[in-house]
Design a protein around this ligand. Structure first.
Ligand SMILES: Cc1cc2nc3c(=O)[nH]c(=O)nc-3n(C[C@H](O)[C@H](O)[C@H](O)COP(=O)(O)O)c2cc1C
Ligand code: SF4
Ligand code: SF4
Length: 317
């Protein structure tokens, strides 16, 4: 049975990142083919995400709480704190990721490829995004594809829009493009997440898997490495200002590729993948960066300047 990807309709379509290196694309809405699988009663679930500025984490934590409220034993964590050897102990896994440069970040993909065999484990995936039509569908289905490569059985995927965290956008003066979505996540987001969480359980219990779908669009050609390389050409002055650095270590923890030295906080720009995590989370603004010559300020500072506090998910129940 074919079904439209209704999840695309329920996700907010959000304008986000600066389009300097981002070509226009056509956001497709592929159909998803159902695949009959043996019905199962999930008991132990893992919700595992990568998140730098909290959007993806909030949704993962909400899914975990919803499932705990339904009696499942759930472990929820950023992948960097998750013991991959434990993965086969779960009968249901949900992976969450931001869309960065039109795909789930390469370091998260590499981690998935390093998981132990997961024969038959049910898996679902979601992405959070802040750019209009930025290959979001394929970013989510790509996570499922990789999990299928470990032997897991995909059952569903979802996309959730919110404010973009691509700091050059507001730093170069396009605050309005981001602020248009300052209300997200809202009640509609949490309702969509609840539908996704309930739907995944229902599909596992009734024996409905999916064949991993792909949406062909031009951004497939520039996702990941070429976009990162193009962005890095526009970045300069990426270094810590010792005078304002509080030596809190947040940037070191945020960097997914170990490009910031823990002792000196020197940035190895050759290793950097331009994820902006350090700039976005530095509490003092000491992590400096210029984009096209203009100083970039991070998401923490953007929220402060605009008096925005992002709401945590409501209580499960
Ligand atoms: C370096 C970078 C690249 C991004 N690239 C995209 C993109 O290609 N498409 C998109 O829709 N959003 C993009 N975004 C926006 C993020 O996907 C979005 O804000 C996400 O929800 C952040 O999740 P987090 O708060 O869990 O880290 C990008 C953000 C950053 C920082
Ligand atoms: S140094 Fe580069 S890769 Fe590391 S957090 Fe900063 S922007 Fe991301
Ligand atoms: S996050 Fe900012 S203040 Fe903290 S160690 Fe890094 S540069 Fe210094």
């Amino acid at each position: 049975m074919k079904r439209r990807n209704f999840l695309l309709g329920s996700a907010a379509v959000v304008a986000g990142a600066a389009a300097v290196t981002w070509l226009p694309g056509v956001a497709g809405r592929p159909t998803i083919d159902d695949v009959p699988i043996p019905p199962a009663q999930p008991r132990r679930a893992a919700v595992v995400w990568f998140s730098q500025t909290g959007h993806t984490r909030r949704i993962g934590q909400w899914i975990a709480r919803l499932w705990q409220a339904q009696g499942l034993d759930v472990v929820a964590s950023d992948y960097r704190q998750f013991d991959r050897a434990q993965m086969p102990a779960f009968d249901l896994i949900v992976l969450g990721s931001p869309v960065n440069y039109f795909e789930a970040p390469g370091h998260f993909q590499t981690w998935i490829d390093s998981l132990p065999p997961l024969a038959g484990t049910r898996v679902a995936a979601y992405v959070t995004f802040g750019g209009e039509g930025g290959n979001t569908f394929n970013a989510a289905s790509g996570l499922l594809d990789r999990m299928a490569g470990r032997g897991a059985q995909p059952v569903d995927l979802a996309l959730f829009g919110n404010m973009s965290t691509f700091a050059p956008t507001w730093s170069l003066g396009n605050e309005a493009r981001i602020l248009a979505y300052r209300h997200l996540p809202d009640a509609g987001t949490w309702a969509s997440v609840r539908r996704f969480a309930d739907g995944v359980l229902e599909r596992v219990r009734t024996g409905n898997g999916i064949a991993v779908p792909r949406d062909w669009n031009t951004r497939e050609l520039i996702k990941g490495t070429p976009s990162i390389a193009g962005t890095k050409l526009l970045i300069g002055g990426h270094a810590v200002d010792a005078d304002t650095c509080s030596e809190c270590g947040t940037c070191v923890g945020a960097c997914p590729v170990g490009a910031i030295d823990a002792a000196s906080r020197a940035v190895d720009t050759s290793r950097c993948v331009a994820c902006l995590g350090c700039v976005n989370t530095c509490p003092t603004g000491a992590m400096k960066m210029r984009f096209l010559g203009t100083p970039v300020y991070g998401f923490t500072e953007f929220l402060r300047r605009n008096a925005i506090t992002i709401a945590e998910p409501p209580a499960a129940g």
